[in-house]
Write a protein of this length. Structure first.
Length: 470
């Protein structure tokens, strides 16, 4: 017997789980399937950027993320067993009302996944493990996916969030265009180490025929993440003895100081972008759509924001509030942003850019999107398509007002028009606000200004595209 759902999400990493959470809170019948027997282990992407912190605030997991992690430590450069220099890993960032989460927050990826899974369970969502995809077919009405075990699933839409080696993407014949960022293999491992302080990110520069070594304490755990570059083409030894050998050769850490190996993997840093993010009723998200160097912490964050962009659009279409053509804007909006973030990751990896303002992802926007309508005269300030910054308006913190699956209409220094559905559109009225100025701003469910105007001329027509009565 075939199971039937509205949306099938393939892959229970941060992308798939975040999308599952977003759809669950919209009442969409979605199923997340994962080929593994459980959530994947390992720290992998450990940096949560400020924009993703805002997303997690909206999805209802921010408190758990804050409790699970911590600030990044200062880098400490070692040479011949001696501390020789401190190194700031990120450019300084100020926390302000506009962006209350100023700096990246460290949470090992396995913990982020656990938190998203718990939230999904809380909302009544489902994850099915041990479901390896063997085939996918689609027609005008839906998608059918088959597995090595368990019944096939029939869905109105499917999302491939199954990683850089995506079975779904390959099955669809969608290529990836990219480049090798670093030809040398990288070993990454989660370990327990004695004799190293947890106040620093320990850096051991390359020397001779050895690549770099970095050992970072993983916030909220007793683990250290080991990252080592190999300068030959050999296959890294991922055993405890193999990790001990590399670390001891490049640092003052004795082999016996590495008391436990909890997880290890290897990869070759590359940057690649899928030629398309959509084929029919199937969408690519996360690493299935774009593969980053880990430098700069852009991969997981860009991936979660793919899910955040796609979730509200799927919800609107499945509820009959918007035409299916709304889903075409997913690729229109996300692919250019993914390409930009790929370029940034590569520059950071090669030392051509700092981990600074751009890596925080607060400046990402959709000004050129077909969903964006700016009706005011040109100005240098906030424009439709930009991220809606936080402010306090008439005692209301805007990030609190945005939280939830609704749209938000800001009436700043002007009268708010009547709305027909308070559940779908929340109205916040007050005086003109810094950054926004005076006017009407209709903020999308994903926190970007969709429509902006001095008066409400054209607002109702815009809102009608999404089944809204404004």
């Amino acid at each position: 017997m075939t199971d039937h759902v509205d949306v099938l999400i393939v892959g229970a990493g941060p992308t798939g789980l975040a999308l599952g959470v977003d759809l669950a809170r919209r009442g969409v019948d979605a199923l997340v399937v994962e080929r593994g027997a459980d959530l994947s282990p390992g720290s992998r992407g450990k940096g949560i950027q400020p924009r993703t912190m805002e997303v997690f605030d909206d999805l209802g997991v921010l408190d758990a993320i804050l409790a699970a992690g911590g600030d990044y430590p200062v880098g400490m450069v070692w040479q011949d067993g001696e501390r020789v220099a401190e190194q700031q890993m990120f450019d300084p960032a100020e926390t302000n009302e506009d962006s209350p989460y100023g700096a990246p927050w460290m949470v090992p990826q396995w913990r982020t996944q656990e938190i998203l899974r718990a939230r999904l369970d809380e909302l009544g969502g489902r994850v099915s493990f041990g479901r390896e995809v063997t085939g996918l077919t689609q027609d005008e009405d839906g998608v059918t996916v088959e597995f090595t075990s368990g019944a096939p699933v029939r869905a109105r839409y499917a999302v491939a969030a199954d990683g850089g080696r995506s079975v779904i993407r390959r099955g669809l014949g969608i290529g990836m265009t990219g480049e090798t960022v670093d030809p040398n293999p990288i070993l990454v491992a989660d370990t327990r180490i004695t004799g190293l302080d947890r106040d620093n990110w320990h850096i051991f520069p390359p020397r001779g025929d050895e690549g770099f070594l970095a050992i970072c304490p993983l916030a909220g755990t007793e683990d250290f993440q080991v990252v080592a570059q190999l300068l030959d083409d050999s296959t890294p030894d991922l055993s405890l003895d193999g990790v001990r050998k590399i670390v001891a050769a490049r640092s003052h850490v004795a082999p016996e100081d590495i008391t436990e190996l909890r997880w290890a993997s290897d990869f070759r840093p590359r940057a690649a972008l899928a030629d398309s993010f959509q084929q029919g009723r199937v969408f690519l998200a996360g690493d299935a759509a774009h593969v980053h160097s880990p430098a700069g912490g852009q991969g997981l964050n860009t991936s979660v924001q793919d899910a955040y962009n796609l979730g509200w659009k799927l919800g609107a279409v499945l509820r009959g509030e918007a035409p299916a053509s709304l889903l075409d804007t997913y690729e229109e909006e996300r692919r250019p942003n993914a390409a930009e973030m790929l370029g940034l990751s590569t520059k950071v990896h090669r030392g051509e850019a700092r981990r600074g303002e751009a890596t925080r992802q607060l400046g990402i926007g959709y000004r050129e999107s077909s969903l964006t309508a700016e009706t005011r005269a040109a100005s240098d300030g906030l424009r439709a398509g930009d991220r809606a910054p936080n402010r306090t308006v008439a005692g209301v913190r805007l990030l609190d007002a945005f939280r939830g699956p609704h749209w938000t209409l800001l009436a700043l220094g002007t009268k708010a028009p009547a709305t027909g559905d308070g559940d779908a559109v929340r109205v916040v009225a007050g005086p003109a606000a810094e950054t926004y100025g005076t006017g009407l701003f209709l903020v999308r469910p994903d926190g970007y200004v969709g429509w902006a105007g001095e008066t409400d001329d054209g607002l109702a027509e815009y809102a009608e595209r999404f089944g809204l009565s404004v």
